[in-house]
Design a binder for this molecule. Sequence first.
Ligand SMILES: [Zn+2]
Length: 221
Amino acid sequence: MSYCQHCQVTVNGDWLTCPLCHQPLEKSSDTPVPNPYPDIPLRFNKEQVIRILMIISLATISISLIIELFWLHSAKGLNIISFGIVSMWLVLLIIIRKRRNIAKSIVYLIISLSLLSIYWDYVGGWSAWSTTHAVPMICIFALVAMYIAVRLVKIEVGDYILYLLCAALIGFIPAIFLFFNWVTTPLPSWLSIGFSTIMLVITIIFYRVEVLKELEKRMMI
Ligand SMILES: [Zn+2]
């Protein structure tokens, strides 16, 4: 049995860190108490995930720098791209660290980052860069992160299927901006809609049975 100074609780099982606060535990007795919960292994190669994220981030930054240098002659794009890259890293971090309510956390993350960019845009004198560029960027990179997670982090099919659907639906938010004409150029919104459509079609074609099974399960509750 171990004790967490921070949470003031005793912990059964062979935990090295507190399952609540992740602080190191103090051993209070030497007799090993069996783990009350079965181990749920989350199988993925951390180095591989980080390497792929690094490559995508660096490639995106280089491409946006090249586009800026040769076509736009301004440095605004990097600000916008950074929203996408940050959202991609955060989404993957949520998937890796948090095992419950992943879909909910990701929805909250995307919404809060989007609102942050819209607020930033509003404070800096509205020029619609948030609705034109930042929000579609956040949606696209969140989808990229989901895709990486599905390929590299081996979660149960039934578990990730709903995150995929969820992410794909969020990617349609920029359609609202298009509809109300809140954008200065429609391309990023269309990209986001395109990515989401592809994701939705892939999910429906390859995982139709799992989607139906999962939806049925949710309907029963
Ligand atoms: Zn603790």
